[in-house]
Design a protein around this ligand. Structure first.
Ligand SMILES: Cc1cc2nc3c(=O)[nH]c(=O)nc-3n(C[C@H](O)[C@H](O)[C@H](O)COP(=O)(O)OP(=O)(O)OC[C@H]3O[C@@H](n4cnc5c(N)ncnc54)[C@H](O)[C@@H]3O)c2cc1C
Length: 403
């Protein structure tokens, strides 16, 4: 399609990547973001090899490598040290170097924002979009800036405003709920005291399905810290999160539990004075029948939020952006865009949504026996080369269908 006026709502992973790719095609892109600036929020994100491929396509992989921490494998152990999960990207048996990246959300947005800055576009930050309405061949976006309401028209609008989006067309939403479990997270410098955790791996420890501790090398934050960071995730039911904000929280009891589960993590948590230093993260499970109708499309977490068990959130946001930009490039109208986007992305999105829903209770639930089933079944997959490869394909974000 020739020059279209396109609004991209949300300057997260999906929105920044898409705006860059559409801007390069010559479209007039306006990025509308609620936050006033891309500030330091969030913790570690695991970017899988397929997402790393999109960074390469955008031309910002070398920049991202300045901040990210290479990840080659995912490991999970029981408290007694038995290996339950062992997925190496090397199991893909490819000649080229395949790796993931542990990266801080701020670094990811900074690098994508720098790529976008090189492309002509409009940037309306500090503007919260309240509604989108389609009117013939135009789409009206109503937003608030400093308490004032504004309304602007575009040829099309792409909703990329994250998992809690209220802007995705409700007629396409089939399912939208919060997962009952989430995580408390902490980010700390990767000092010599925790040198044993400094590995190119996502590492997890489990005790049944109700206890899980994760460690992800997270690289550094642009203009803030040159020294590498590490993110720690502690699985909790969402219902228990308010207790972490209370003065009566048993911090000592929690620290002992962590130290028993994984003694090497002790120096990371020893300096914690209040449970409020850990921040809560919740996840949604969102299913849509399609991701575009008329002149409105939806990508990233807004389109298919899922639990982070397979580490696909930012990855799928990048894959969506790449696929949608391609669809816009080769289609003659917006119906054609959604058709192409759907046919390229639906297999992968359906697979990862199904897999996340299937696996999450094995890692985060109080279902009796769920951890036992996981501890019995997953190690078998390391012994069978075909299964080993399927696991690596799955984690790397490249699966397009179940078989
Ligand atoms: C503040 C924050 C912290 C996060 N921290 C982590 C983390 O530590 N680890 C992790 O794995 N994942 C984290 N995530 C999620 C992760 O970034 C996403 O799963 C992934 O990058 C997919 O990106 P996305 O672009 O679809 O959505 P998001 O990254 O959620 O981006 C959505 C953007 O839309 C903006 N927005 C929302 N509503 C409106 C509106 N009405 N009008 C205008 N703008 C709007 C938001 O401010 C945000 O910038 C975080 C997300 C956010 C927003």
């Amino acid at each position: 399609m020739n020059n279209q006026q396109i609004a991209v709502i949300g300057a997260g992973t999906a929105g920044l990547a898409l705006a860059t790719l559409l801007g390069r095609q010559g479209h007039t892109v306006t990025v509308i973001e609620r936050a006033k600036a891309l500030t330091t929020v969030g913790a570690g994100i695991l970017l899988q090899p397929s997402g790393v491929g999109v960074l390469s396509e955008i031309g910002c992989l070398d920049h991202m490598l300045q901040y990210g921490h290479r990840v080659d494998a995912l490991y999970g152990w029981t408290q007694s040290g038995r290996t339950i999960m062992q997925v190496k990207y090397a199991h893909l048996n490819e000649e080229r170097d395949i790796f993931g990246l542990g990266i801080h959300r701020t670094a990811l947005c900074h690098v994508l924002g720098t790529a976008l800055a090189e492309v002509p576009h409009k940037r309306w930050f500090g503007c919260e979009v309240k509604s989108i309405a389609q009117n013939g061949n135009t789409t009206q976006v109503t937003f608030h800036e400093d308490g004032k309401e504004h309304c602007e028209e575009f040829d099309a609008v792409i909703v990329a405003n994250g998992s809690a989006s209220q802007l995705r067309p409700q007629s396409l939403v089939r399912y939208d709920r919060q997962y009952p479990w989430g995580a408390m997270w902490l980010i700390r410098p990767l000092t010599d005291q925790v040198a044993s955790l400094n590995k190119p791996h996502l590492q997890q420890r489990y005790a049944g399905s109700a206890v899980m501790l994760g460690i992800l090398p997270t690289g550094c934050i642009p203009h803030e810290t040159e020294s590498p960071l590490v993110s720690m995730f502690w699985s909790v039911p969402v219902a228990s999160m308010p207790a972490w904000q209370s003065d009566n929280f048993d911090l000592g009891g929690w620290k002992s539990q962590v130290e028993n589960l994984w003694p090497e993590v002790s120096p990371l948590i020893s300096g914690i004075k209040s449970a409020r230093e850990l921040l809560p993260a919740t996840y949604r499970d969102v299913i849509m029948s399609r991701w575009g109708v008329g002149r409105i499309g939806v990508i990233g977490d807004a389109a298919h939020a899922m639990s982070p068990q397979l580490g696909q959130g930012a990855n799928m946001a990048l894959l969506d952006a790449s696929a949608l930009a391609r669809a816009v490039d080769v289609s003659s109208d917006w119906d054609g865009v959604w058709e192409r986007f759907h046919s390229e992305r639906s297999g992968s999105i359906r697979f990862y949504q199904g897999m996340s829903r299937l696996l999450t209770p094995l890692f985060q639930s109080s279902i009796p026996g769920a951890g036992f089933v996981r501890d019995l079944a997953l190690p078998v997959s390391h012994l069978i080369p075909w299964l080993r490869r399927q696991m690596a394909e799955t984690v790397s974000g490249r699966k397009q269908k179940w078989l």
